[in-house]
Design a binder for this molecule. Structure first.
Ligand code: NAD
Ligand code: TDX
Length: 339
């Protein structure tokens, strides 16, 4: 049976990143009764513009590191929940420089669990489907919450480690925690290092899109707004100690997604370059979100991927001043990696 919880004053870590900022804006639109303190270190992936213009009475930004125990001790008391999005989130970066991933994703989660325990604060942990490893392209199976953890990359292994800390801290110290593992998100405010925004902004810049390996790898796409609603449902109604998988039946191969982008942007379907594959590249992710749907009544609203992709392309067309500053550095880094 679900326990009902009405948070009034939450901390959102990583609230200036892609998914965290979409959650904060969703909270402002849908839960004006709840105050949000964003705790964000503003790494290369965090941008205060992502939450600019939101009412100061409802959203406050604290610039700081989740690994900073003294800071957490100062700001956490008085809040009734922590929703933890902050992470180093990009697989390719983790392969070339894993250390920040271990620090933020593992040590940072440990510090948050510690403070959640000290002040008896409800804790929701935002994680990824990648902790379950990958599936064969033709395997009729999807990931389920109790599947064994088999992460492949430095990124996913640090996310898996952080999930295991949460499970142990719940069992040993009684932390009131839930975990969600979501599939690949798309939508506005995603950094140009990630697949969909990289290809859209490449086309806008006159650069040919870049596809890794065979292009047959499959990702299970979900609009970030559907992810936000699911996180809220779990925070408010989810069973303590449980893991919920979030996905929207959005499986598509990378080459199909790229061809959809090229077609929507008026480009020939072969106007891209094949580049070096990602080492250890996961083949396929696929989420079974039956538990979330059956227990909490959640359903995706953005069921039409083509429509969501068109809106996302429009957003990048209209927000060049947002993505342009990061584009050149990102492409220089990829070029140095042969990608
Ligand atoms: P992102 O890289 O866009 O944003 C991460 C945010 O965390 C940034 O604002 C950054 O400044 C902040 N941050 C990083 N290190 C920090 C630290 N030490 N202290 C405080 N803030 C710090 O990431 P995203 O794509 O929005 O992902 C958010 C969360 O969702 C991550 O936990 C990620 O693992 C998870 N997730 C992402 C996806 C996806 O498709 N992007 C899918 C499933 C789960
Ligand atoms: O230029 C590219 N070309 C390409 O073919 C890039 C950047 C990626 N790819 C491929 C690799 C993946 O198969 O596209 C797919 C998606 O790549 P990413 O956007 O880097 O996402 P992925 O590695 O699947 O991980 C994402 O989803 C799970 C997020 O970045 C993670 O934070 C989340 O946990």
């Amino acid at each position: 049976m679900s326990e009902s919880f009405e948070p009034k004053n939450i901390i959102v870590t990583g609230g200036c990143g892609f998914i965290g900022s979409n959650f904060v804006r969703w909270m402002v639109a849908n839960h004006p009764e709840c105050h949000v303190t964003v705790l964000d270190k503003l790494t290369y992936a965090g941008n205060p513009k992502n939450i600019a213009g939101l009412p100061e009475s409802q959203v406050e930004l604290v610039v700081g590191d989740i690994c900073d125990a003294d800071l957490l001790d100062r700001i956490v008391p008085g809040h009734d929940a922590i929703v933890h999005y902050a992470a180093e989130s990009h697989n390719d970066n983790s392969i070339f420089d894993p250390e920040p991933f271990v620090r933020t994703n593992v040590v940072g989660t440990y510090r948050l669990l510690h403070v959640a325990g000290r002040y008896d604060i409800r804790y929701h942990h935002v994680s990824t489907d990648e902790v379950y490893g990958d599936l064969d392209l033709d395997e009729p199976r999807r990931f389920e919450p109790d599947d064994p953890y088999k992460p492949s990359s430095p990124y996913s292994s640090t996310k898996a480690s952080s999930d295991l800390l949460v499970r142990a801290w719940h069992r040993t110290y009684g932390i009131r925690a839930t975990i969600s593992n979501c599939s690949n998100n798309y939508g506005p405010y995603q950094h140009v290092e990630k697949f969909i925004p990289r290809q859209i902004t490449n086309v806008l810049c006159g650069i040919r899109p870049k596809l890794y390996g065979t292009g047959k790898n499959v990702r299970d796409w979900i609009h970030t707004e559907d992810h936000s609603r699911a996180v809220w449902d779990i925070l408010a109604k989810g069973r303590i100690g449980e893991t919920y998988l979030i996905g929207a039946n959005g499986e598509r191969s990378n080459i199909d997604v790229l061809r959809s982008i090229l077609s929507a942007m008026g480009q020939p379907e072969d106007a891209f370059d094949w580049v070096r594959d990602r080492p250890g590249h996961d083949r396929r992710y696929s989420i079974d979100s039956a538990k979330l749907e059956d227990e909490l009544g959640w359903r995706p609203i953005h069921a039409d991927f083509g429509e969501g992709l068109d809106q996302t392309i429009e957003w990048y067309r209209d927000h060049e001043s947002w993505w342009r500053p990061a584009k050149e550095t990102t492409e220089r880094k990829y070029a140095a990696q042969g990608q």
